[in-house]
Design a protein. Structure first.
Lengths: 282, 459
């Protein structure tokens, strides 16, 4: 049993999970949604084993580093983090319809990691700059933040869809199994707070690491700057929420904008701009 | 006349107040945060830190705008700093405006709420019991204490109480705001009293001069840094370095202060100066050149240390190696050599070391041949002094603690009020939280259920 086999299984399992969640929402079947949750939890379990196995394999090969060192490994970890952040929310609130987007985003991450020719999946040795314990703290915290924003993105899309169709509340319609608008707004806010906390920790660990490795806690490197832009957008959102007339729709739109920044920070910067994080493209 | 000036004063006061309100407003906060975000985007799209000349060549059409708004060094430009300053002012003014409100809110305990008032709360519950308030009071107090917080007697004739949790929670937002100011203060201290530069030291050499590229100035260290040895190792069969390290000795005069090896991720700090391994490369140390006079056919051999002039024997000329290229547009290694003497224009030429028969290997009426080259490796060090970094770190810690506690704590209050006369009583439970209404609703409902059970059990 190798980690790459398990990760292939994970990719297809997330696809199945997305389909089941989506079918549950569209056909208004609570039982399908429950199955979506079970598949998601099972897939997360398999993926956890795969990640640990890959870590072990890297030691076997003599490299010995956590599976967080390049684009492939970060995509796989990203898919994992989204589910780790999402599933407790589902268990806590019992709103299983929210799983559509997290499952789909996890599937997209895995699919991109597995099928894109630009993404090298083999285990590589570490660059000298990455040989530090800060790597693990920095990557994990950043991805917890990104994952929470991904979940918030899904909730915001639900909010906007549901609000746009608030006129005809069909008891068996597509939107019937979604939480009501007030709760969607509240859950969106909770996820963003969670993401904001971890993004802050992620930026700070990166900053402290940069200072201990290169002597600069802030150098306006594009990746750094984009993470700050993301932070600023969510900070603006958290403040805007306290302003009259901003709660709800506008906050949901800001959450979409924030997630666009997250994607650009994570992928766009690597491919379109150059800087310190150049190792993340391969 | 007098009335007019009064009106003017009034207007001035209004303007002053409006200005103050504007500075303290949430709208301004959101606008500045988004403006900072948008300008930062601009800074990542446009290459930063290029020279004016490079910028003009790369963006001829918009160069005037780049120049006008100093977009080539956007993050250090006046207007970007102004926005950061404005954010700080907004933070301070807003905090000063809100602190009295928070204090008032905390001081105002709303102890004397009647059961009727409590029933108007969004979260409330009503219990009926066959016994008097005095009888059930210990039970209620015990349940609220165990599942929420100690209940303080309040209400008319003590027929009720208030319990509070997280009274410190409203202060956490101020902690976050304060931490941002602390980070800015640390950064400011660093930029005033610190520097960040780089030095290149060849193996065996020592130097105390740090070049600060951005400000085009030099800093002299109070001691010299010698590179005793530099090593780079590669992953097997790959061009990717696995490790590079420098053995450094710090010297004051001839006195050895410290000897240590530094590598990437493992810097050296001494007397507040920190040395980081940042890059490496090789440079020319010296070359042996043969100058052949084409007229007389005489050949002179000269050993030239890099960038130091030496006399050409038998003449009153001086020769100097001024440049060195490891690969000179596909022709291999090339030396920039200059020959000069007083009262004459200096002459210079590129001499190709790997193509000795190249016809252009000439300097005036002499042909030049490179007999041997000695290269030396240098280590690239980043040197930093930043007395503000601990202030910044303090701000970081406060920011994380503040954001965490501001997000996951709330000021929650529960009221109990008793209505009805002995021997039976009606008890109203009500609650309110300043944040996280959903989680407080769960907490409140759990408390309500416990209370309901206990009151039933008591019957």
């Amino acid at each position: 049993m190798s980690s790459s086999l398990l990760l292939s299984v994970t990719t297809f399992a997330y696809l199945a999970c997305t389909v089941v969640y989506l079918a549950g929402v569209i056909f208004h079947r609570e039982r399908l949604l429950a199955w979506g949750g079970r598949i998601a939890a099972g897939t997360l379990g398999i993926q956890t084993v795969a990640l640990l196995l890959r870590w072990y394999e890297s030691y076997e090969m003599g490299h010995g580093h956590a599976p967080l060192s390049n684009l492939y490994e970060s995509l796989v970890f990203g898919a994992w983090a989204v589910m780790v952040v999402y599933l407790p929310l589902e268990w806590r609130t019992k709103h299983r319809s929210l799983g559509v987007f997290p499952a789909f985003i996890s599937f997209l991450c895995m699919a991109y990691a597995s099928f894109s020719p630009d993404v090298a999946s083999h285990i590589q040795p570490l660059l000298p700059a990455l040989k530090s314990n800060w790597l693990i703290a920095h990557v994990i915290t950043c991805f917890l933040g990104y994952a929470a924003f991904a979940v918030a993105f899904g909730i915001s899309v639900f909010y906007l869809l549901k609000r746009a169709h608030a006129g005809n509340p069909h008891p068996k319609g597509v939107f019937a199994l979604m939480p009501d608008l007030r709760e969607l707004d509240e859950l969106n806010y909770q996820m963003i707070l969670f993401g904001f906390l971890w993004l802050s920790v992620g930026i700070i660990t990166g900053s402290v690491w940069a200072n201990s490795a290169w002597g600069n806690y802030w150098s306006w490197d594009p990746k750094e700057t984009w993470s700050l832009i993301t932070w600023l957008v969510y900070a603006a959102l958290l403040h805007a929420r306290a302003m009259k007339g901003w709660r709800g729709k506008r906050v949901a739109w800001l959450s979409l904008a924030g997630f666009a920044c997250v994607i650009f920070t994570y992928l766009g910067v690597n491919f379109l701009l150059s800087g310190l994080h150049s190792y993340a493209t391969k | 006349m007098e009335g007019g000036s009064k009106q003017e004063m009034q207007e001035k006061k209004d303007w002053g107040r409006r200005f103050h309100d504007g500075l303290a407003s949430l709208k301004l906060t959101v606008v500045i945060l988004l403006a900072l975000a948008v300008s930062s985007v601009l800074g990542t799209l446009l290459p930063q830190g290029l020279s004016d000349h490079q910028l003009e060549a790369a963006f001829p059409r918009i160069y005037w705008a780049i120049d006008l708004f100093s977009l080539g060094d956007l993050y250090h430009s006046g207007w970007f700093r102004f926005m950061m300053g404005l954010l700080c002012v907004n933070l301070v003014v807003c905090t000063l405006k809100r602190i009295p409100r928070t204090l008032k809110l905390l001081r105002h305990r709303e102890e004397n709420l009647s059961p009727e008032r409590l029933e108007k709360f969004g979260l409330h519950a009503r219990f009926e019991t066959s016994r008097s308030w005095e009888d059930v009071k210990p039970v209620v107090e015990e349940v609220v204490r165990r599942h929420f917080a100690p209940l303080k007697s309040a209400g008319a004739q003590g027929r009720g109480g208030v319990a509070e949790k997280g009274r410190w929670s409203p202060w956490m937002v101020y902690t976050v705001h304060f931490s941002v100011l602390v980070v800015f203060a640390g950064a400011l201290a660093g930029s005033i009293w610190g520097f960040n530069g780089s030095m290149r030291i060849h193996e065996g050499d020592a130097s105390n001069v740090v070049g600060i590229f951005r400000e085009q100035r030099m800093v002299e260290l109070p001691f010299r840094v010698r590179c005793d040895d530099f090593t780079v190792s590669f992953y097997e069969g790959k061009a990717m370095p696995s490790d590079f390290r420098s053995d450094l000795t710090l010297l004051r005069g001839d006195e050895v202060l410290l000897q240590r090896t530094i590598r990437v991720n493992d810097p050296l700090t001494y007397e507040g100066y920190t040395f980081y391994q940042s890059s490496y490369g090789s440079n020319l140390r010296e070359a042996v050149l043969e100058f052949k006079d084409l007229e007389s056919g005489r050949t002179e051999t000269v050993t030239l240390p890099f960038q130091e002039p030496r006399p050409l024997p038998g003449t009153d000329y001086q020769v100097q190696l001024v440049r060195y290229e490891e690969s000179f547009s596909d022709f291999g290694r090339a030396l920039g050599v200059v020959i000069f003497k007083e009262g004459e224009e200096p002459q210079g030429s590129w001499i190709l070391a790997d193509r000795p028969d190249f016809h252009g290997n000439r300097l005036g009426d002499r042909s030049v041949k490179v007999a041997s080259l000695e290269e030396t490796e240098y280590t690239g060090l980043q040197v930093k002094k930043d007395p503000g970094v601990w202030i910044v770190y303090l701000g970081f810690v406060a920011l994380i603690v503040g954001v965490g506690l501001a997000s996951y704590s709330s000021h929650r209050k529960v009221w109990v009020g008793a209505a009805g006369r002995s021997p039976s009583a009606e008890i109203v439970l009500a609650g309110r939280a300043n944040k996280n209404p959903l989680s407080f609703e769960r907490e409140f409902n759990a408390l309500r259920e416990r209370l309901e059970e206990e009151l039933k059990a008591e019957k």
